[in-house]
Design a protein around this ligand. Sequence first.
Ligand code: ADE
Length: 222
Amino acid sequence: MKIDILTLFPNMFDGFLNESIIKRAISKKLVEINIHNIRYYSKDPHKKVDDYGYGGGAGMVLMPQPIFDAVDDLRTDDCKVILMTPQGEKYNQNMAYKFSNYKHLIIICGHYEGFDERIRNIVDIEISIGDYVLTGGEIPAMVVSDSIIRLIDGVIKEDSHLNDSFNNNLLDYPEYTHPSDFRGMKVPDILLSGHHANIEKWRLEEQIKRTKERRPDLLEKR
Ligand code: ADE
């Protein structure tokens, strides 16, 4: 899979690309991620990328020209163009699964007060990562990319994400590691029993109990 990210702040991605699982996925060539500075595509002599909005109002608006040119340059036959915006469809794990099957994504990070409305014409999907407003689309682009990349075959062990919270609309079961007694807080006996069928049954019961308590809305979707 290839992910092209269009941003005004490429350095924000340094940590994301150079640590942990994402770094390993890149070096194993399971994913190619390219960060593109929108300013590079500006045809303005001063490399301007934003301007005052028509009709007045606070803040600068991202101009269409650099974004249109960047997408024209990067587009392939089999690609989806995603715009990060708080006005988009609310992101979830099912969308992550769907996107992990795409060959090529172009992700546009919005910034400042907004972007020219005409940019929407070249976008396939608008995504919000939640009902709050961030300073830009960079963190949302990392959230979406991370959630997709970990689902690509070979990036993490398959059974690590088969039990993820949200699969089957259930939250994950509780996990414990050593020691079995920490400051008087004991690991449930069933997990020490070695009885796999009983452990599986207990885990499913815990998943249902936890989802009922914390996210009853998910149970309704089941
Ligand atoms: N840009 C600013 N806030 C955002 C959000 N919640 N989701 C996606 N993009 C954004």
